[in-house]
Ligand binder design. Structure first.
Ligand code: ZN
Length: 302
């Protein structure tokens, strides 16, 4: 096989995101809009390119675009009629409403005009939007219309390093996937410890909103037992558990990007030598206060 231009395997970390990406170009995935977010340093752009290429490719393989069809060749040459790249520009570095709905002096075709027509050579029409956090208010509202009822041939891949600055309504209309450059918890945690971690987080619902310290105590105890069993520093163990926590959040509370972002922030602080125990206490207290209501509603509707 020829080497792929946008090969997922070349990207470091992001195991979960890469797994999601591979499922996207299967016909049964049903996902039309996806938002990848992750701290700076995560190779979001390359990931988004790989997803776009998989969606454009005429005959994608299990691991991604074939790299050889006319569509893949066009992508490799940097010119693809069925791909629209949108990124902030101009004064203030914004994505403006003209970029979405037209009517201005934009250099490229507005997004809404682009998605209206069927693809010329690829399987889909694909929009790749960078720095979604730089959407101007009116542009965000215009984008919402496209996200609400995308034509069947349309696919959108959005990326941001700042999910908390993205409108909640936009997040809720996309599949939101956290991208981490850290190790995959699947391979880092043994199955037994993984089950115990899940059990602790599942208790979170019952503890909300005042059980933050109890939750962090349990997580600290788990981190200590993990550190001992793997003979790694406690800081590293806490980082692995925080990663697991982020995965749990995404699964249980997909619309709580703020909580995920905080988990990422605390992870960074701990790796940067802040006091891990204090940071964990703060994180779980925050988390339970913030998410108490959402968890409560989830319980009511269960
Ligand atoms: Zn191809």
């Amino acid at each position: 096989m020829n080497s792929h231009v946008f090969d997922l395997e070349r990207l470091s970390g992001m195991t979960h995101a890469k797994r999601v990406a591979r499922s996207l170009w299967q016909p049964e995935s049903g996902i039309q809009s996806i938002l990848f977010f992750g701290q700076e340093g995560a190779e979001l752009q390359q990931l988004a390119n790989a997803v776009a290429m998989g969606w454009l490719c005429k005959a994608p393989l299990a691991e991604g675009a074939c790299g050889e069809c006319a569509s893949c060749r066009a992508m490799r040459d940097g010119q693809h009629v069925d791909l629209l790249r949108v990124s902030p520009r101009g004064q203030g570095n914004f994505i403006r409403v003209q970029d979405i709905s037209g009517g201005g002096d934009q250099e490229t075709i507005p997004l809404q005009s682009f998605v209206r027509t069927r693809p010329l050579m690829a399987r889909h029409k694909v929009v790749l939007m960078e720095q979604v956090d730089r959407l101007h208010d009116r542009a965000a509202n215009a984008l919402l219309k496209t996200l609400e009822e995308p034509e069947p041939h349309v696919r959108l891949v959005l990326i941001t390093h700042y999910p908390s600055k993205v409108l909640r309504t936009i997040m809720s209309r996309c599949s939101c996937i956290a991208c981490s450059t850290e190790v995959d918890p699947d391979s880092a945690l043994g199955p037994d410890l993984r089950a115990r971690v899940r059990a602790v987080f599942d208790e979170a619902a019952a503890l909300a909103p005042h059980g933050g310290l109890r939750l962090s105590e349990k997580v600290r105890a788990l981190a200590e037992s993990y550190a001992k069993s793997k003979d790694v520093p406690i800081r590293q163990a806490q980082g692995v558990l925080l990663q697991e926590f982020g995965q749990w959040l995404l699964h249980e509370l997909p619309h709580a990007p703020h909580a995920v972002e905080r988990a990422v922030l605390v992870h960074r602080l701990i790796q940067g030598n802040a006091n891990g125990a204090t940071q964990l206490d703060a994180l779980f207290t925050w988390f339970l206060q913030d998410c108490a209501q959402e968890l409560h509603q989830k319980e009511l509707s269960a």
